[in-house]
Design a protein around this ligand. Structure first.
Ligand SMILES: Nc1nc2c(c(=O)[nH]1)N[C@H]1C(S)=C(S)[C@@H](COP(=O)(O)OP(=O)(O)OC[C@H]3O[C@@H](n4cnc5c(=O)[nH]c(N)nc54)[C@H](O)[C@@H]3O)O[C@H]1N2
Ligand SMILES: Nc1nc2c(c(=O)[nH]1)N[C@H]1C(S)=C(S)[C@@H](COP(=O)(O)OP(=O)(O)OC[C@H]3O[C@@H](n4cnc5c(=O)[nH]c(N)nc54)[C@H](O)[C@@H]3O)O[C@H]1N2
Ligand code: SF4
Ligand SMILES: [Mo]
Length: 892
């Protein structure tokens, strides 16, 4: 009966920009379950591995539960007073530009709106920037150059209607898995649909692609200017559209023609035949959607890449039509909402411009603002430089972890450490950033807070709370409003609920908006509590009735060929593709960075989930076999990657999917999960000149084999304190924790080391030592249960990870059973499942390989045999790749 009483709450997944609807249910015993919302138009019930594992990430382990000043617990009054008085005093003494907010696309729109209002309308500075600067800034800048507004014209339906989808710098299978699944399903229905992937790496997304263009890093400008020139030469332009609805075509075509086909081939590293095949396909397919993401945005030429793509769509009139258009997909759950509220330093609010005096005056009147910022503020990279050189004296960081995610992260950490006053609002008590805060403010987490988010297709959905905030945690909007009131701005920050804030945000979007601004949700101006509570997902624009469409009718932007530029025409941008060599004899490789399937950014949430932590359990670098050989690196070696900025230690993963000359490493590992895995210690502050977005995908680096004298693997029930080795990486598993280890010297007393890991008395340990072979196995028990086991070998440890982790959950009744853990080949009698592929059903790579050998040659057959891939489907591309690889092997 307990379950029946449970309430199912309709809310939204807090991870990626797909913005899937989820149904969350709390049973009477407190057990939370989460499933996809079948009625939500983003996902129609689907979820990926991260969404499916949400219930594993909401425990209170490590939560920040009370405000703290200098590490001392305090109450809200004291903390808020200190923040307000310090910000006020700093502004009074040094001017408004001496303070800054660094915020996040993971704030809800209501939080974001208030933070922006406080800084730009009342503090009087525009020094509020966001991690979206690292994420969407180039797309925003490109849209504004081309359309006169930051409008994303695409919708998810377009992906299903398209006949050609070009994925540029997007690993959709792992980063927007439900969109990937929607495309895969559409293609199953219409096999004639074509997909082209443009990515230097052969990612899992290549699995769905008819053509993979393994482009040279930053070759995209050349590829798309080359395409424009080719369309011109092959009579594939929509001349009528160009004439009626655009300007600047002549210059753009002229600039694009600077490279001939051979030049494009050289600049992109692609064959002329490949180029011609792609160009012909593009020319011949009216219904083309070009989806792009960080391989485009995170570049020193990111804005040009965006416009090079948009140019091709304008030149063919493929925009504002069903199944056609450029489509920048957002990364974070509320990246789009952040753009609506003007969360970036160079925007105002509701898509108004800070440089525009009419806009400033309008916002001032609407807010009754005491001090509207007069000029753009500092963009993220500049902001932390200003912190470093003392121009910024008080900094408030909300819902982001810049010590791990900003480029040149060691310098960012030093800057934060040197700042006289640092406030961090976070849900965790300990992150690499929180540890440096003078004031720590406990924020309510997903599941506890109410508000709205906007996804990649401009769809606004409610996040609804289904849990009570623990301890004294409070929603971000409340924290911001309290500080604003204490700074003397009570009247403008009198909001008592998120509904009131949303109502005001909606009203501003419609205020004096005669259709000149794309972002208009005036329909919801002053929305009442009840309507807000039951708000259904809707797409913007949603102007007031009478002002055009009603709140529910989706509008297709640019369908009439009108844009938001002064003359109403879209602008071609003339782009000359340049190639830049960043490598040098000292740093001969290009480091590319990004994401993996089951972790989210700095792992503050996904790191809590045993399921998600098993897919890839340690930081790694993908290296092409030829580069690996040249550098004397073997599979599973530990590798030191260094750049002029810093270095990290990660595991080698040798694969031909990687482009020769480039290496790829994930951005996720932090000081909380690895000895030296903070990848952004390597990246540089080089930014795109237009957008200020850092070039996180193209950094000169070198790799060296780390000469480990011994390797280790350990499982343990309790999280260890300090792990004293050169290399360690820790991951959650069902019975506790698993740790990968490597040692620079071999003089360690292994039993004592095991004692330090497991916090167990040395006398009670079982040990097996073969000094000559360098093999050591040590296990500690607490009664019948394993408290920890350590395996040491001279090379990468061959123990089955799954088997070892499982021992933590089993009862070892007899001494003989206990001894089995350290004797013989550990787990040899049981097949090793191998690295987890399907996190939903915990199916490992070796099980899939065995099933392939037994005759399962389709993803469906594997699903029938092992269930793998039959729940969220996020691993289906990997399963297909494993089938392919093993079929090939069988054939050889
Ligand atoms: N699992 C998971 N999903 C996520 C996130 C996560 O942390 N984990 N984060 C979310 C967020 S905030 C974001 S922004 C998105 C990002 O989503 P994506 O942009 O899809 O992810 P990335 O892995 O950052 O980069 C995409 C690809 O760009 C390629 N690339 C690198 N350089 C170039 C280049 O010069 N040209 C081209 N064409 N491609 C290049 C990389 O090889 C990489 O495969 O993912 C969102 N979804
Ligand atoms: N090398 C490299 N670096 C990158 C990228 C890359 O591709 N390569 N990608 C960049 C991109 S696109 C992005 S988006 C960034 C992401 O980087 P970050 O924003 O730094 O990453 P997160 O781990 O998502 O950090 C979110 C923080 O907010 C906290 N938090 C969670 N919920 C709440 C809440 O409700 N309120 C508050 N106050 N706090 C909360 C979490 O505990 C966590 O500390 O990384 C960027 N950095
Ligand atoms: S695709 Fe996955 S991570 Fe993204 S919103 Fe949907 S369930 Fe969440
Ligand atoms: Mo992002």
């Amino acid at each position: 009966m307990e379950i029946d009483e449970a309430r199912e709450v309709r809310t939204t997944c807090p991870y990626c920009g797909v913005g899937c609807g989820v149904l969350a249910k709390v049973a009477a015993d407190g057990q939370v379950t989460v499933r996809g919302d079948p009625d939500h138009p983003a996902n129609f019930g689907r979820l990926c591995s991260k969404g499916s594992a949400l219930a594993e990430t909401i425990d209170l382990d490590g939560r920040l539960l009370h405000p703290e000043i200098h590490g001392r617990r305090t109450d809200w009054d004291e903390a808020l007073d200190l923040v307000a008085s310090t910000f006020s005093r700093t502004v009074a003494e040094h001017g408004p530009d001496a303070v800054a907010f660094y915020v996040s696309g993971q704030l809800l729109t209501e939080d974001y709106y208030l933070a922006n209002k406080l800084m730009k309308g009342f503090v009087g500075s525009a020094n509020i920037d966001t991690n979206s600067r690292l994420c969407m800034a180039s797309s925003v800048a490109g849209h504004r150059r081309a359309f006169g507004s930051d409008t994303v014209p695409g919708t998810y339906d377009d992906l299903e209607l398209a006949e050609l989808i070009v994925l540029v710098g997007s690993n959709l299978a792992w980063c927007h898995p439900v969109l990937y699944q929607r495309i895969a399903a559409a293609r199953e229905k219409r096999p004639e649909m074509k997909i082209v992937l443009v990515d230097p790496r052969r990612t899992m997304t290549a699995d769905i692609a008819d053509m993979h263009l393994a482009i040279a890093p930053d070759g995209d400008d050349a590829l798309f200017t080359g395409l424009l020139a080719w369309l011109g030469r092959h009579n594939a332009l929509d001349r009528a559209y160009i004439t009626a609805h655009t300007t600047g075509f002549g210059q753009a075509l002229f600039a694009a023609s600077a490279l001939d086909l051979a030049g494009v081939a050289a600049a992109t590293g692609l064959g002329e035949d490949e180029l011609v095949r792609f160009y012909s396909l593009f020319a011949a397919t009216a219904k083309t959607v070009t989806v792009y993401s960080q391989g485009v945005n995170q570049s020193s030429s990111g804005t040009d890449k965006v416009n090079a793509i948009i140019n091709c769509h304008l030149a063919t009139g493929r925009i504002g039509k069903p199944g056609a258009g450029p489509f920048s997909v957002t990364g974070q759950p509320n990246a789009m909402g952040g753009r609506e509220v003007g969360g970036m330093a160079n925007m105002l609010a509701a898509h108004m411009e800070i440089e525009n005096p009419v806009h400033r005056d309008r916002v001032r009147r609407f807010w009754n603002a005491s001090a509207v910022a007069e000029k753009p503020g500092l963009k993220a990279v500049e902001m932390f430089q200003a912190v470093a050189d003392g121009r910024i004296k008080a900094l408030w960081i909300m819902a982001t972890n810049p010590v791990d995610s900003m480029p040149d992260a060691d310098a960012v950490e030093t800057a934060i450490k040197s700042c006289p006053f640092v406030v961090v609002s976070d849900v965790l008590a300990r992150t690499d950033t929180v540890r440096h805060a003078h004031v720590r403010l406990p924020a309510a987490a997903w599941g506890e807070k109410d508000g709205t988010v906007t996804n990649s297709e401009r769809r606004i959905s409610r996040q609804r709370s289904f849990l009570t905030a623990p301890g004294e945690a409070r929603p971000d909007w409340w924290i911001i409003a309290e500080v604003a009131r204490r700074m003397g701005f009570g009247e403008a920050f009198a909001h008592e609920t998120p509904a009131e804030i949303f109502g005001e945000h909606a009203a501003l979007s419609g205020f004096e908006n005669d259709g000149a601004r794309d972002f208009d949700i005036g329909f919801y101006a002053g929305v009442d509590a009840e309507s807000y509570a039951s708000l259904e997902p809707f797409q913007w624009p949603a102007p007031r009735p009478g002002g055009g469409a009603t709140g529910r009718q989706p509008v297709r932007f640019f369908a009439d060929g009108n844009f938001y530029t002064p003359d109403g025409k879209a602008r071609f941008i003339a782009i000359r593709a340049t190639t830049e060599t960043r490598t040098s004899p000292d740093f001969p490789l290009i480091l590319n960075t990004g994401r993996i399937r089951d972790h989210w950014h700095t792992m503050t949430r996904t790191g809590k989930s045993p399921r998600l932590s098993q897919h890839i359990a340690e930081p790694f670098v993908e290296i092409h076999p030829v580069d690996a050989r040249q550098h004397g690196i073997g599979d599973a070696d530990i590798v030191c990657i260094s750049s002029p900025r810093g270095d990290v230690l990660v595991r080698a993963l040798i694969t031909p999917r990687q482009r020769q000359g480039s290496v790829f490493a994930p951005m996720h590992w932090t000081d909380q999960f690895a000895a030296k895995g903070r990848l952004d210690a390597l990246t540089t502050p080089l930014t795109d000149p237009v957008s200020g977005q850092p070039a996180l995908k193209h950094v000169a680096a070198r790799i060296e084999r780390f000469a480990a004298k011994a390797f280790g693997f350990a499982v343990m029930r309790e999280k260890p304190g300090l792990v004293d080795t050169s290399y360690w990486a820790i991951a959650k598993c069902r019975g506790g924790w698993r740790v990968e280890l490597a040692f620079a010297d071999d003089t360690t007393d292994w039993t004592a080391f095991a004692g330090s890991l497991f916090d167990a008395p040395l006398a009670e340990m079982l040990a097996y030592h073969d000094g000559d072979a360098g093999q050591h196995r040590i296990a500690a028990f607490d009664g019948n249960q394993l408290s920890g086991a350590l395996f040491i070998a001279p090379g990468p440890v061959a123990v089955s990870r799954g088997w070892a982790a499982q021992q933590l959950e089993e009862i070892h009744a007899s001494q003989r059973e206990r001894f089995r853990i350290v004797a013989g080949r550990a787990g040899a009698e049981r097949p090793d499942a191998g690295a987890t592929v399907c996190s939903c059903f915990n199916v490992g790579v070796n099980q899939i390989v065995a099933a392939v050998a037994a005759g399962c040659t389709t993803v469906e057959a594997i699903g029938n045999a092992l269930k793998a891939g039959t729940n969220c489907g996020s691993c289906r591309s990997e399963i297909r790749a494993i089938i392919e690889a093993n079929r090939v092997q069988a054939a050889e």
